[in-house]
Design a protein around this ligand. Structure first.
Ligand code: IPM
Ligand code: MG
Length: 363
């Protein structure tokens, strides 16, 4: 198999974790006789510095043509001026929108050997295995109007939370399809007691759910969902929610897993790639971690597990995806950990161990 991948290392620890992951993927490709072409492009703050914009035209073009994209992180204090016209994050948002990646899948698994890394009591973490399906191209992040204006002599800022029925319907179908392969339960999270967009959300999810009679559906308000996520997280299977709620709840759910550094994500739409699979963007859920950037101690697990999702969804390589996942699990359970998980491994040492384990797991 031959795949055309785009690497977008981005800012902060982005390059460290993306290069580490690319090395592991090449090793895996070698073992299985695949050819992975990887081309690197700029996005985010580094793109602003080098090309003047957070998403240069050649980056976007390469992404359109790619089978899949692996991204590190964008943003950092250097570009944080609140009055700046351009921000690194716009690069990522524009890319998600341009590729119509409306469904962001964020699996949260609690490994038994990492329960100590979570501040929650071990008994609360038993059996936690959930998937957040976050709508990614609508809601507050994209709604118009958006911006600043003078209202009654003072400055006013506006963000609009808009959703159309079809935007809600397509991500709902994705969530139900995925629930069908899991524990067959969808929890839709909204704020229907206050927001009109949430009432349309709830109405649409309820209608679409009728097409999936063997999957149970419950609706929970987002404030309560935030509480249940840490008081009884094992009640969830698939959590379906809108863009900003999903952003917030997935950072919260990383507390269950033990570190922000280990959660992966895949963003999918309905565009096929040259392999007849879904084109997708894969990235860890964490940010650019400027405090540890350049120190070589970033945790590559979120990106490695994102690569495993890439192999599964965009390349159709299920066996290879599982081998990579198991190599990562074996490395962690063997006691090798980066400092965010209380260990003393650096990124390089951790990655070398994962590569050794690829061979072990395969045989
Ligand atoms: C994420 C990030 C992004 C988001 C930022 C960097 C725009 O927080 O992927 O969760 O909010 O979507
Ligand atoms: Mg986030």
């Amino acid at each position: 198999m031959k795949a055309n991948l785009v690497l977008l290392p981005g800012d902060g620890i982005g390059p460290e974790i993306v290069y580490a992951t690319a090395e592991v993927m090449q090793k895996l490709a070698g073992i299985y006789g695949h050819e992975m072409q990887m081309q690197e492009y700029h996005i985010g703050g580094v793109a602003m510095d080098k090309c003047g914009v957070p998403l240069p035209e050649d980056t976007l073009q390469a992404c359109y043509e790619a089978d899949a994209i692996l991204l590190g992180a964008v943003g950092g204090p250097k570009w944080d001026d609140p009055n700046a016209a351009l921000r690194p994050e716009q690069g990522l948002l524009t890319l998600r929108k341009a590729l119509e990646l409306f469904g962001n899948l964020r699996p949260v698994k609690v490994y038994p050997f990492l329960v100590d890394a979570s501040p929650l009591r071990p008994e609360l973490l038993a059996g936690v295995d959930l998937l957040v399906v976050r709508e990614l191209t609508g809601g507050l992040y994209f709604g118009q109007p958006k911006g600043r204006r003078i209202e009654n002599g003072e400055e006013q800022a506006i963000d609009s939370l808009t959703y159309t029925e079809s935007e809600i319907e397509r991500v709902t179908r994705l969530a139900f399809e995925l629930a069908g392969k899991r524990k067959r339960k969808v929890t839709s999270v909204d704020k229907a007691n206050v927001l009109e967009s949430s009432r349309l959300w709830r109405q649409t999810v309820t209608r679409v759910a009728k097409d999936y009679p063997d999957i149970s559906l419950e609706h929970i308000l987002v404030d309560a969902a935030a509480m249940y996520l840490i008081t009884r997280p094992s009640m969830f299977d698939v959590i379906l929610t809108e863009n900003m709620f999903g952003d917030i709840l997935t950072d919260e759910s990383s507390v269950l897993a033990g570190s922000m550094g280990i959660l992966p994500s895949s963003s999918l739409g309905d565009h096929s790639n040259s392999l007849g699979k879904l084109q997708g963007l894969y990235e860890p859920i964490h940010g650019s971690a400027p405090d540890i950037a350049g120190k070589g101690i970033a945790n590559p697990v979120g990106t490695l597990l994102s690569a495993s999702l890439l192999l599964r969804y965009s390349l159709g390589l299920e066996t290879e995806a599982v081998v990579l996942e198991q190599a990562v699990e074996r490395t962690l359970s063997g006691g090798k950990r980066t400092p965010d998980l209380g260990g003393d491994c650096n990124t390089h040492q951790f990655t070398q161990e994962v590569m050794k384990n690829l061979v072990e797991v395969k045989t």
